[in-house]
Design a protein around this ligand. Structure first.
Ligand SMILES: Cc1ncc(C[n+]2csc(CCOP(=O)(O)OP(=O)(O)O)c2C)c(N)n1
Length: 317
């Protein structure tokens, strides 16, 4: 006899994900590119948080860094230059069930995507936004980006970038309704992992600037920080990025910083003597636009139609 047996039960086995469940194609980034360590951290976070791959979405713009979704075995959207945030906001507005990561370069976010960056921060929809800040346009072969240091030579400014750089953290901290702003570096895997994990667990939009090496076009550019432990200032607080022994041993400069203090955060990000790493700012009470956009999602088609009809009736003369 054909058909499903009456006493048939669905055997739902508990699922356990390993790194292989998140690792997509082999990365084509240069050896030593900071993108590689960030990818490793995100793979580990997915595994440690046991995020179902089919419920995880990585959205990127265009750039070397934005190849990221190809190296994830999750859903991915390699969008347009400067547009990962509107794409991610659109997805989030109707998909509260997804785990979402956004990858954006300093050209992608701080030049062509600036308007979207400002509004996405204000929308505060739940997603982890990673700014891969290598201070250069990598994919298009070494043009100045808005975050390039003054005097840095590039193909667009062979005699040195003429303007002082835009500070992506000061900008973000200046945007209404910002809720989570952090900084880390690609060369310390323990701090990178802890920062991104803390960001992922935040209920709202977490913005993490990752200081990132581009060994091909910017060889040695970050050496004065990377190879000098005292050039890092590790921020500590109970609700901040946890500092484990490995990080504590690597860097001697520590500061107790209350991330709820916006004025202190704004001062910290302007410091040029040290690079503050950890959670700079946190506002757990910031309004969430995705809670508003998801309203009515449970409505039946009949209820939606009835609501529409009622509105149309209101307009009848
Ligand atoms: C609308 C549009 N303008 C310009 C480009 C060319 N373009 C592609 S990537 C890029 C800059 C990439 O730099 P960044 O965002 O810093 O990423 P990286 O490659 O350094 O990771 C530019 C200008 C494009 N693809 N689309």
């Amino acid at each position: 006899m054909y058909g499903i047996k009456q006493d048939w039960v669905l055997d739902k086995r508990p699922r356990h994900f390993v790194l292989d469940d998140y690792e997509g194609g082999a990365p084509r980034w240069c050896a030593g590119c900071g993108c590689n360590s960030i990818l490793g951290a995100v793979h580990k976070i997915c595994r440690d948080e046991q995020l179902p791959p089919e419920k995880t979405l990585v959205v990127s713009g265009i750039g070397c860094s934005s190849r990221f979704p190809h190296y994830m075995k999750t859903y991915g959207f390699h969008s347009l230059h400067g547009r990962p945030l509107p794409v991610a906001s659109g997805a989030r507005s109707r998909r509260p069930d997804l785990h979402m990561f956004v990858v954006t370069g300093d050209g992608d976010c701080c030049a062509i995507g600036t308007a979207h960056w400002i509004h996405a921060i204000r929308y505060n929809m739940k997603m982890t936004v990673m700014l891969f800040d290598n201070n250069v346009y990598g994919l298009t072969k070494k043009q100045s980006s808005p975050t390039s240091k003054q005097g840095n030579t590039t193909n667009t400014h062979p005699f040195g970038a003429p303007l002082p750089p835009l500070n992506p953290l000061s900008v973000t901290l200046g945007i209404t309704n910002a809720s989570f702003v952090a900084q880390t570096v690609d060369w310390n895997p323990a701090h990178l992992y802890a920062t991104l994990l803390r960001a992922h667990r935040h209920d709202g939009l977490s913005f993490v600037r990752i200081v990132q090496r581009c060994p091909h076009y910017m060889a040695g550019y970050w050496d004065s920080i990377q190879h000098q432990p005292e050039a890092h200032l590790v921020l500590r607080d109970e609700v901040g990025v946890p500092v484990d022994d490995a990080v504590a041993r690597s860097y001697g400069n520590h500061l107790d910083h209350d991330p709820h203090d916006l004025a202190a955060a704004k001062e910290l990000v302007l410091r040029e003597d040290v690079l503050p790493i950890g959670l700079l700012y946190l506002n757990e009470n910031a309004a969430r636009y995705d809670e508003w956009t998801a309203r009515g999602m449970g409505m039946s088609p009949a209820d939606k139609l009835a609501g529409l009809q009622a509105e149309l009736d209101r307009m009848s003369i």
